[in-house]
Design a protein around this ligand. Structure first.
Ligand code: TXA
Ligand code: MG
Length: 332
């Protein structure tokens, strides 16, 4: 497995590996993706195998221009078009009716396909060089912490035989995954996954946006039947191996804990025993999002009995951070 830099020669080597049917760790502005040729059914199957991802959970297809992305859809609702114009290239994924002739497994047998145009210069360069749409889920084993550095990809997937290498572009800027938006019926806009494009920014453009929370969908199986649930909305996700307890933003430090505890805090250093990770001493939610997964991963490596985390303010990128922490704290 190669650890490539981001020179033109390395990008050419990565593109060649993808043309040969292999997989590549691709940096994006959100998290690293496990990228392969989206048009080749065997490659798509290899991505599911590598991640140990259930085949009911569909992939996101990446292209280097909005036109190429929308060309993979059989129709594009007006709201989708304005979101694409405003936010692409960038951390937004649109779920649209899929065109015929693409591998079924890409979208797990659904009649919709998730599309995204990443803004990261290395992702852009790779997509342009390879000239193919790339299927790329986050480059972690299913349900685990998403990778925001090349070494996280190696740690998660370094033993996958189909992985030719990782393009090492350092740390991802945004640090949480793209916002996933769908259009289940005319006039309806639904957020399936809160993420790097804040709800507030989407609402600026589209009046009526619903957010289907994972818990809502689990409580109401009918949502899934109506096509309003994203298959990836399983509650437990982004999970460290260490049990994690999530507290409300203003909750006091618990005093009844047993064993070794690590602490994940938004903005201040605590007077406690045990390792602490502070997301942003400047109380900046963007900085907190950038650091979130790496901080969780570091705490998870310490062999602690538990991690205690506090929620961050529930606005902007804070909603995505709280969603990931809530799902990391789920036990089932
Ligand atoms: O930021 C990102 O989106 C990263 C980078 C690598 O682009 N990718 C990523 O992919 O997070 P993944 O596979 O980890 O998450 C894809 C999400 C899942 O929640 C999945 O269920 C949802 O998108 N999704 C994909 N296709 C869908 C579809 N047809 N309908 C509804 N949800 C879909
Ligand atoms: Mg993922």
């Amino acid at each position: 497995m190669q650890r490539w830099d981001t020179s033109t020669i390395s990008i050419q080597a990565a593109a060649e590996a993808i043309r040969q049917g292999q997989l590549v760790g691709m940096p994006t502005e959100t998290v690293y993706g496990l990228a392969g040729n989206a048009l080749d059914p065997e490659t798509v199957a290899a991505i599911f195998r590598a991640k140990e991802r259930p085949t009911f959970d569909p992939l996101i297809v990446h292209t280097d221009t909005p036109d190429q992305a929308l060309a993979l859809a059989s129709s594009v609702p007006r709201e989708a078009r304005s979101l694409a114009e405003r936010f692409w290239p960038g951390p937004l994924t649109l779920v649209l009716p899929r065109r015929d002739g693409l591998p079924d497994l890409l979208s797990a047998g659904l009649d919709t396909l998730a599309l995204r145009v990443p803004s990261h210069p290395v992702a852009q360069a790779l997509l342009e060089e390879v000239g193919l749409p790339l299927a790329a889920p986050s480059a972690n084993r299913f349900g685990r912490i998403s990778p925001t550095r090349a070494e996280h990809v190696i740690e998660e997937l370094g033993d996958v035989p189909e992985l030719a290498g990782v393009l090492d572009a350092g740390s991802c800027d945004v640090g949480v995954e793209s916002t996933v938006v769908g259009f289940p019926e005319p006039g309806r806009v639904v957020v399936y996954r809160v993420g790097a494009t804040p709800m507030e920014a989407i609402r600026d453009l589209v009046d009526d946006v619903e957010w289907v929370r994972a818990a809502d969908a689990e409580d109401d199986p009918a949502l899934a039947l109506k096509g309003e649930q994203s298959p990836g909305m399983l509650a437990r996700h982004y999970a460290p191996r260490t049990p994690l307890t999530l507290l409300e933003e203003d909750a006091p430090i618990p005093t009844d804990l047993k064993g070794r505890t690590g602490w994940l805090i938004y903005d201040r250093i605590l007077d406690v025993k045990g390792p602490q990770e502070v997301l942003s001493t400047r109380r900046n939610l963007s900085e907190a999002a950038t650091r979130l997964f790496a901080c969780l991963r570091r705490l998870d490596h310490l062999g602690l009995d538990q991690i205690v985390a506090w929620k961050v303010p529930d606005r902007g990128l804070g909603c995505a951070i709280n969603d990931r922490l809530t799902r990391a704290a789920e036990t089932t």
